[in-house]
Design a protein around this ligand. Structure first.
Ligand code: DLL
Length: 431
C-alpha cells in the first residue's frame, strides 16, 4: 500500500532530477529571502547557476544548530510571520530552544510525508490511533496527528502521561495503533501488566520514534504489547517526524527523498563519504519555505542504502540511528554508543529493559557505571545468583565495548521511567 505511489516508486534517475531542480530553486530562494544564507552563499561563491549536478551541493557550506541559535528566534525564516502559520521548537539541554516555522505549503508537505510513512508502516483508515507523544512545541504529536488524519485514521490525541487513563482509553476504544517513544511504549506495557489488563488491549501497530531503540528492545516491547512496531526518524530543524520511516520490511527507514536530500559525512574531516559509508547524516530540505535548511548537520550517525526495497518503494533507506556524535561516550579514549550497551543488556532475561549509564572521572580516569534493574524480585535473596548475573553482564559488556565497566544491579522498578524521550546517560565528568 502506498499513499503517493508515483512519488514513492520513482526511478533513481527521476529522484535525482527532482532533487537537482529543487536544489537550484532552494539556493535561489535562500539568496532572495534569507540574509544569513545570502551572505554565506555569496562568500562561498555559490549561485543557482553554479549547481549543475547534485555533487555540486558540496560547494554549499554546512548549517549547524549554532547558526539557528545565533539567529534566534526568527532570523532564518524564509517568509514574514504573516505567512508563517505554525511555530514549533525543540528544547535544547542548555540555553534557548531551536525555533522553526511552517508556511501553509510546509504543513501540507509535512502531512503528506507523514501520511506516506504511516501507510508504509501498515496504518489504514480502519485504525484507531492513540498519540502518546507530548502535544505542544515538540513536533512529534502534531506531525503524526495530521499525517494520520490525512489517511483517514481515527486519531485520539491523548498526549503523553496519565498512563493509567491512557490504558483505560486503550481498552474502551479498542485502540489499534500507538504512537509513542519506545521508552514510553515500554512503560505503558509495564503499567498495563501491573493493572492486570494487558490481555484486554487490541494494539496491532506501534509507530515509534524520536529516540533510539535497539532491535532487542523493540522485540521486547512488541512481545509485551502484542504489536508490530516501526521506527520513525526526524528532527524539528528539518520538519519534525516525516523525514524517514520504516515500511513493513523493516530494513531501513525510507527517506522522503523528494523533500530531503541526504548526505553522509565524516564528522571530523567534514568530507562527504562514498555511498554506503557510515557517518554523520547531513540533510538539505528541498521544499521547505518557513525555515529551509542547507546541508544541516544532524549529528546523528547512520548509513544509507540506495537499493530499491522489496516493498516497491525506491526511496533510499537509512539505517537505524547508531547514536549521536554528541551522545557518543568517550571512555578512556574508546568510543562507546549507548545502543551497544542496550543490545548487550537486552540479551539477559533476568533484567528489565531499563538501565542508566553514569560516567564519572576518578584519578584522571573515566569510569562507566552501568546500572541495570532486576526484572522481578526472584533473585533478590539469592546472593550467588546475583553475583553470577553481574559477572556475566560485565563480561559481555567488556567483550563488546572493549573496556571495563562497573555493573550495578538495582531492585525492580527503582530506575526512572520516561513519558517522552528517555534520558539514560548521566555524565558527571565536568561537574
Ligand atoms: O524527535 C522528531 C520526531 C518526533 C521524530 C517523533 C520521530 C518521531 P527533535 O525533538 O528535534 O525531533 O529530536 C531530534 O532525536 O536528531 C535524533 O538524535 C533523535 N531521533 C529522532 N528520531 C529518532 C529515531 C524529533 N527514530 C533528534 N531513532 C534527532 C533514533 C532519533 N534517534
Amino acid at each position: 500500500m502506498f499513499f503517493q505511489k508515483d512519488a514513492e516508486t520513482m526511478s533513481r534517475r527521476q529522484i535525482e532530477e527532482i532533487q537537482l531542480e529543487r536544489l537550484k530553486w532552494l539556493v535561489d530562494y535562500c539568496i532572495k529571502n534569507i540574509p544569513f544564507y545570502c551572505r554565506r552563499l555569496e562568500s562561498a561563491g555559490v549561485t543557482p547557476e553554479k549547481i549543475k549536478c547534485l555533487d555540486d551541493i558540496q560547494y554549499i557550506p554546512y548549517t549547524t544548530k549554532d547558526d539557528i541559535r545565533d539567529n534566534y528566534p526568527f532570523g532564518l525564516f524564509g517568509q514574514p510571520l504573516k505567512k508563517i502559520v505554525r511555530i514549533h521548537a525543540s528544547s535544547g539541554t542548555t540555553g534557548k530552544p531551536t525555533v522553526v516555522g511552517y508556511t501553509k505549503n510546509d504543513l501540507e508537505n509535512w502531512s503528506d510525508c507523514m501520511a506516506r510513512l504511516c501507510v508504509a508502516a501498515g496504518a489504514t483508515d480502519e485504525d484507531i490511533v492513540q498519540i502518546a507523544f507530548g502535544y505542544g512545541l515538540f513536533t512529534g504529536a502534531l506531525g503524526l496527528h495530521y499525517g494520520l488524519e490525512k489517511i483517514g485514521a481515527t486519531v485520539v490525541p491523548t498526549s503523553s502521561g496519565n498512563t493509567e487513563k491512557q490504558i483505560m482509553l486503550m481498552q474502551d476504544f479498542q485502540t489499534t495503533a500507538l504512537v509513542a517513544t519506545p521508552s514510553y511504549a515500554q512503560f505503558i506495557g509495564e503499567t498495563a501488566k501491573d493493572m492486570g489488563v494487558i490481555d484486554n488491549l487490541n494494539l496491532k501497530l506501534g509507530l515509534f520514534g524520536s529516540e533510539g531503540c535497539t532491535e532487542e528492545m523493540r522485540g521486547q516491547i512488541e512481545k509485551t504489547l502484542g504489536l508490530f512496531a516501526t521506527d520513525n526518524y526526524g528532527m524539528s530543524e528539518l520538519m519534525g517526524p516525516g523525514v524517514s520511516g520504516e515500511c513493513r520490511m523493516r530494513c531501513g527507514m525510507h527517506i522522503n527523498e523528494d523533500h530531503f536530500l541526504a548526505e553522509i559525512i565524516d564528522p571530523t574531516t567534514l568530507q562527504v563519504l562514498p555511498k554506503g559509508s557510515q557517518g554523520e547524516l547531513v540533510v538539505t530540505t528541498l521544499t521547505k519555505e518557513g525555515i529551509p535548511m542547507l546541508r544541516y548537520r544532524t549529528k546523528d550517525i547512520t548509513k544509507i542504502n540506495y537499493e530499491p526495497c522489496e516493498c516497491g518503494r525506491t526511496f533510499a533507506r537509512m539505517d537505524k540511528i547508531k547514536g549521536r556524535t554528541d551522545d557518543m561516550l568517550k571512555i578512556r579514549g574508546v568510543n562507546v554508543f549507548p545502543s551497544q550497551i542496550e543490545s548487550v543488556l537486552m540479551s539477559f532475561d533476568q533484567i528489565a529493559p531499563h538501565y542508566q549509564l553514569v560516567v564519572t572521572r576518578e584519578n584522571f580516569s573515566d569510569r562507566l557505571e552501568v546500572k541495570v534493574e532486576l526484572a522481578d524480585g526472584s533473585l533478590l535473596e539469592n546472593y550467588s545468583g546475583l553475583e553470577t548475573l553481574r559477572q556475566s553482564i560485565h563480561h559481555n559488556l567488556k567483550t563488546v565495548l572493549g573496556i571495563d565497566t562497573k555493573v550495578s544491579i538495582v531492585e525492580h522498578k527503582s530506575l526512572e521511567r520516561f513519558q517522552g524521550k528517555a534520558k539514560r546517560i548521566i555524565d558527571l565528568r565536568n561537574s
